[in-house]
Ligand binder design. Sequence first.
Ligand SMILES: [Fe+2]
Length: 190
Amino acid sequence: MRKNECVKKKIEKIIKNSLVPEDPIHSKNTLEWLLKLNPDADEALKIAALAHDIERAIEKRKVKRKDYKDYDEFKNAHALNSANISVEIMKECNVSTELADDAFHLIRFHETGGSRRVNILRGADGVSFFHVNLPEYFSRNGKKETEKRWFWGYRRLSEKEKIIIAKFNYQDEELNTLVTTWLEKSQLCL
Ligand SMILES: [Fe+2]
C-alpha cells in the first residue's frame, strides 16, 4: 500500500505544476467520479484515474495538437505518452509488474475505450471533463472550439453519463445558455 501512496504522491506533484490550469482538479475529480460511479474500483483504476493526462503537465514531453492531423490521432498519442510516463513513476515506487502493466493498459486506451475496465475509466474521465474542465476550456478556446469539443465528448458518453452531465450548471451564464442549446441539438440528432 505504501508503494501505491508513493505513486499517487508523485503523480500529484507533477500534475500540480501543469500549465493547464484545470489539470490538478481534473485528476482528482476523475478519481472522485470513478469512485462515485464504481465504488469498488481497484488500485490500478485509481492510479489510472489520477495519472491518465499526466503528460500534459510535463512541458518538455507533452505531445502537441499541431503535430497530428486529426484530434483522435492527437488523443491517441497523448494516451500513450501518459501511459509511458505513469509506468516510469510506478517503477520508481517499486510497484508490482502486474499493477504497472494493468495501469499502463488502462491509461493507454483511456481515450479509445475497449474493455470493461478501460470503459469505466473513460466514463469517469468524460464526466469529469464536463464537470470541471469545460469552463476553462471555453474561456481559453471560445465558442466554436468548445462546441466541437462538447459534441466530441458527448458522443462518447454512455446514456447514464449523458444524464449526469446534462444536470451540470456552470458559473458562466453564457456557457450555460450554449450548453442548453447543444443539449437540445444533440436530442434532435438522435
Ligand atoms: Fe482526462
